[in-house]
Design a protein around this ligand. Structure first.
Ligand code: ZN
Length: 191
């Protein structure tokens, strides 16, 4: 089932998600729905808060980047309860997009390499190190499950310049080719 994607402005995007235990109900269906939603929106990553669930869960499929980085050909994964243990290397800028901010692309500086501990969809635990675009996709999605969005990562001056466009997104003045949920204190609207 394709779910609406939460637009910037919804408080769920600014909350740290809860940890997930193996007895979380209907987890497989939730993950399947997240993949379906991400593919329908042509994203390479999607975090649970972006479909309105405040949970430490995100998915990635970075295979569209395989042209630039052949290693990403099969980079399709589920990350549950992730913890970045280490970040290192030089910061580099990459022009990032986010499904919760349609039409907004921003150069974001992040470090080159991360080591991340997480569980997969079967709650098997891993500790792995990633660099380059793989690390980049994980860093962006990881931020989401801790209540951080990419506009939090720019300088105050840049953020002031982006403010008008961010306000428009939060009010639903957007052109997305996928369904979005626009927050309103009186009740969210699907657009
Ligand atoms: Zn995002």
């Amino acid at each position: 089932m394709i779910l609406p994607i939460v637009a910037y402005g919804d408080p769920v995007l600014q909350q740290e998600g809860e940890e997930i235990s193996p007895d979380y109900p209907q987890l497989k269906a939730l993950i399947d729905n997240m993949f379906e939603t991400m593919y329908a929106a042509h994203g390479v990553g999607l975090a649970a808060p972006q479909i309105g669930k405040s949970l430490k869960l995100f998915i990635v499929d970075a295979s569209p980047f395989a042209e630039d980085e052949p290693d990403l050909e099969n980079f399709k994964k589920v990350f549950i309860n992730p913890v970045i243990l280490n970040e290192e290397g030089e910061e580099w800028a990459f022009n990032e997009g986010c499904l919760s901010f349609p039409d907004l692309r921003i150069d974001i500086e992040r470090q080159e390499t991360i080591t991340i501990r997480y569980q997969d969809e079967n709650f098997k635990e891993y500790e792995e190190t990633y660099s380059g675009l793989a690390a980049r996709v994980l860093q962006h999605e990881y931020d989401h499950v801790y209540g951080v969005v990419f506009t939090d990562r720019v300088s105050p001056i840049r953020r002031r310049m982006l403010k008008g466009r961010m306000t428009n997104i939060s009010k639903g003045k957007i052109h997305a080719d996928y369904k979005m949920k626009i927050f309103s204190p009186k009740g969210s609207v699907i657009k």
